[in-house]
Design a binder for this molecule. Structure first.
Ligand code: SF4
Ligand code: SF4
Ligand code: FES
Length: 820
């Protein structure tokens, strides 16, 4: 047993757990069942349902919020506890509409399950119901308050995990409970019922709409059919659907999902995906993962004529242009083609990431990166984000940033040129520093200055940082105790006398302090030194996430050096966010080239001969919901995905076979992924895809990391010429769009447009011309209500628009904008 571990007994079973862990989580990890409705792992307990009642050392406690103490003895089910739980379930069942036959949740409804489990077979209480109207909360959310048991899971997940805080409880105007019940009913059941009669769920926004990220996390955690998808409602019963365990293919988070399928109709027996669900206790999805699932390439056939043309094209090709929305196996095939046919492999976003990763690895003397996102979420209490528009680039990293504020009572520094009011709202200890684009090197120097122990730094760096420290004076308020003399009249004698008392008085005074000009140069808020002092006061576990802005930065190599330097001289653990779905896999597997020349094959990209999983090319390819294979996600984990839908056309492996380079099946490439890069020689079928009860992830395997000799280096001073001024565009997608595939999905609505803040929109018309060097784009203007500032966003999710080359694979660009 470690120092911070405790031993407790639950129903006689000895359990070892981390000190401070909740009894419920310990029970779950040890396979002991305690009913629980309102609690969600990695969110704060709300005590809304009270059904997790247990006895700990003879006292009644709620297992979801009672922390284990060494030697504790827990009983999960005495007769008294069972009686209380039965009464709670009995109350939940009062006036719950009997529409289970058509309810979306029927078959996997926790109200049904617990009612049966706890043996509630008669109704002991009743009360008149009030009218509760169903309503649409957003373009994807439908709420039926008649079914709602006000467990508040939806409110909790939105606040503690997602960070939108878009839902809250509101008044229900239900009938008053008979006061006599207070005496006659079990006490928790009464308290819960009393609250139930008074509350409903409402959007926090006064408009009555959630105006949120439309991630669907709230409906995934709803235990009943109260919050459901507008698209899925009344389309299927849960038991008709086949669950295909898979991995979301839209961003580098590589989240666990289930595609849920059944035949399209009575006459069309081909499978269709009806919805995506997930292990919501352990994984949180974004709106693209949950709603962007119908991107399959349907109707593809084995077109032999086109296949012959494809083979001819491959024999002629000088280059293959592709993006990272492919599997590791496909990346290995492309690398095979490079080796055997000498073609160049062009993927600018993965190339930039690969070069950055290589530099970072060389300077720190270890492969990949030290930060581990899961550990970060569980343990870190200070997170720094650099080089990423977190709300858009990677929803899961934004959830981690938020969860650290809410659950670990942490702090967060957010460096970025684009203002984001959502990030600002994630916690009172979140400080955004909206700097001018091009000052990213200064941001890392500020991190060094704030977190490194100066005496250990090389002298030159120390002197450079000190050159920004200037003596200055500021006015501060101080409370002093002042002698105040008052005349007091003695009530008995009527005599007056003078009494002197000490009284507090607030005074202002000038004090000298050391101003940090680096913080001012970056546009940190007024009084940053004091703000930072408070932020860091209780922090002892520091992490940093680094995004795509750094990878194709004109000073990328120096940024990589600075990050290695930060890791060397501070306690900060750093994790990189791979820019697209499988950029990490592609960066490890493929030797990428800078430029295509000559005849080019485009794989889901523009080319002289185009392979397309979108069904719009010269030869069809399967989409990622029609393929088996693996991705390498940002967690440095190789995760498996399965085919949810059938596909009848050719695959990349067929082309390889026709060229004499193929395997029998695409997944035969899984065991051939390069072990020198950390992959394991494991077959696809050997890869697990699930979680344990304790939430441990058993999906695929972790990449092996290895140490090398760190390359000697000196960090350079920032290059001031990188600073961009004037009208600036940022290459960045709207929240639920990542690629051509999300755009194809029928529930993803964000258009290809210029995204701007509300204030900026006032200065532009409905449609604008954006001139980037000598190319001009006409784009409609869309308001992003959570954006602030003047920088505008140009999306890159449509490959046909060829946005990457316009930005030279970088992300900021000076542009001209005029009204059309
Ligand atoms: S909508 Fe669902 S998750 Fe939200 S409070 Fe009601 S029952 Fe609970
Ligand atoms: S969809 Fe997501 S952001 Fe919107 S209310 Fe639900 S959990 Fe919150
Ligand atoms: S799960 Fe503990 S109070 Fe609801």
């Amino acid at each position: 047993m470690n120092l911070n571990e405790v031993k407790i007994k639950i129903d006689g079973v000895e359990c070892v757990a981390k000190e401070g862990e909740y009894i419920l989580n310990i029970a779950r990890a040890n396979g002991i069942f305690i009913p629980a409705i309102c609690y969600i792992s990695r969110c704060s307990p709300t005590l809304a349902c009270r059904i997790c009642l247990v006895e700990a050392d003879g006292k009644r406690v709620y297992a979801c919020n009672a922390k284990a103490k060494d030697g504790m003895d827990v009983t999960t089910s005495s007769e008294e506890i069972l009686e209380e739980r039965r009464a709670i379930m009995g109350v939940y069942d009062i006036n719950h509409p009997l529409q289970c036959g058509v309810c979306d949740q029927s078959g996997e409804c926790e109200l049904q399950n617990y009612t049966l489990e706890l043996g509630v077979d008669s109704q002991n209480y009743m009360i008149a119901d009030c009218k509760r109207e169903s309503t649409n909360f957003s373009s994807v959310l439908h709420y039926d308050p008649g079914l709602c048991i006000v467990c508040e899971r939806c409110v909790t997940i939105c606040k503690d995990m997602v960070g939108d805080n878009a839902l809250s409880t509101g008044p229900r105007d239900g009938a008053e409970l008979d006061k006599e019940l207070k005496e006659s009913m079990p006490k928790d059941a009464y308290a819960m019922w009393n609250k139930l009669q008074k509350s409903l769920i409402v959007p926090s926004d006064e408009s009555g709409q959630t105006n949120c990220s439309d991630c669907g996390e709230c409906l995934s955690v709803c235990p009943v059919g109260a919050l459901v998808s507008r698209d899925f409602v009344y389309t299927s019963n849960a038991w008709e659907l086949k669950r295909v365990p898979a991995t979301c293919s839209h961003c580098s988070s590589g989240c666990q999902i289930f595609y849920e399928t059944k035949p399209t109709s009575i006459s069309d027996r081909s499978d269709k995906i009806y919805r995506v669900t997930n292990e919501w206790n352990y994984v949180s999805l974004c709106g693209a993962g949950r709603f962007g699932y119908d991107f399959e390439n349907s109707g593809a056939i084995k077109d032999e004529k086109q296949f012959a043309k494809a083979i001819k094209a491959f024999k002629e090709a000088k280059a293959i242009r592709f993006n990272s929305t492919i599997t590791n196996e496909e990346a290995a095939m492309l690398q095979g083609l490079k080796k055997e046919l000498g073609v160049k492999l062009i993927n600018p976003e993965a190339k930039a990431f690969q070069s950055f990763l290589k530099d970072f690895e060389n300077y720190r003397g270890e492969s990949l990166y030290s930060g581990n996102y899961k550990e970060m979420m569980n343990e870190s209490n200070f997170i720094i984000s650099v080089g990423s528009a977190l709300r858009h680039d990677n929803p899961n990293v934004r959830y981690i940033f938020n969860n650290i504020q809410k659950l670990n009572k942490g702090a967060g520094l957010y460096f970025h040129p684009v203002g984001d009011t959502l990030i600002e709202s994630l916690g009172k200890n979140v400080t955004p520093i909206y700097h001018t684009p091009g000052l990213e090197e200064y941001a890392l120097y500020l991190v060094l200055d704030l977190f490194a122990s100066k005496d250990e730094l090389p002298k030159e760096t120390k002197n450079y940082l000190e050159s920004f420290h200037k003596k200055a004076t500021k006015t501060v308020q101080e409370t002093i105790m002042e002698d105040v003399t008052e005349t007091v009249v003695d009530e008995e004698t009527g005599e007056s006398k003078e009494v002197t008392k000490k009284k507090p008085k607030v005074v202002e005074k000038e004090v000298e302090y050391v101003a940090n000009e680096l913080a001012s140069l970056l546009g940190a808020p007024e009084g940053f030194d004091d703000i930072f002092e408070k932020m860091v006061a209780k922090a002892d576990n520091f992490s940093m996430v680094v995004g795509e802005d750094f990878y194709a930065h004109p000073r990328a190599e120096n940024l990589a050096k600075l990050l290695a330097f930060i890791e060397q001289y501070t306690a900060i653990k750093i994790a990189l966010i791979p820019p697209k779905t499988n950029s990490l896999g592609v960066a490890l597997i493929c030797d990428l080239d800078e430029k295509a020349d000559g005849y080019t094959i485009g794989y889901n990209e523009v080319g002289d001969f185009r392979l397309s999983a979108l069904g719009d090319g010269d030869l069809d390819m399967p989409a990622l919901n029609q393929q088996e294979g693996t991705f390498t996600n940002m967690h440095k984990r190789v995760v498996p995905t399965n085919a949810a839908l059938s596909y009848n056309g050719y695959e990349l492996n067929d082309i390889m076979s026709a060229l004499g380079l193929g395997e029998q099946l695409s997944i035969d490439w899984t065991s051939k992924l390069p072990t020198r890069k950390g992959f394991e020689a494991l077959s696809f079928d050997a890869l697990p895809n699930g979680f344990t009860n304790a939430g441990e992830e058993l999906r695929g395997y972790m990449l092996k990391q290895k140490s090398t000799k760190a390359k000697a280096f000196e960090v350079e001073k920032p290059d001031e010429s990188c600073k961009l001024e004037g009208e600036i565009a940022y290459r960045c997608n709207p929240q639920r769009q990542f690629n051509d595939f999300t755009n194809k999905a029928h529930q993803i609505f964000e258009p290809f447009a210029l995204y701007v803040s509300e204030a900026k929109a006032q200065t532009l018309g409905k449609k604008v011309k954006v001139e980037i060097d000598d190319v001009s784009l006409e784009l409609p203007v869309e308001i992003d209500a959570k954006m602030s500032g003047d920088v505008v966003k140009v999306p890159d999710f449509l490959s046909s628009k060829e946005i990457y080359p316009l930005f030279n694979a970088g992300r900021f660009k000076q542009v001209k904008i005029s009204e059309v």
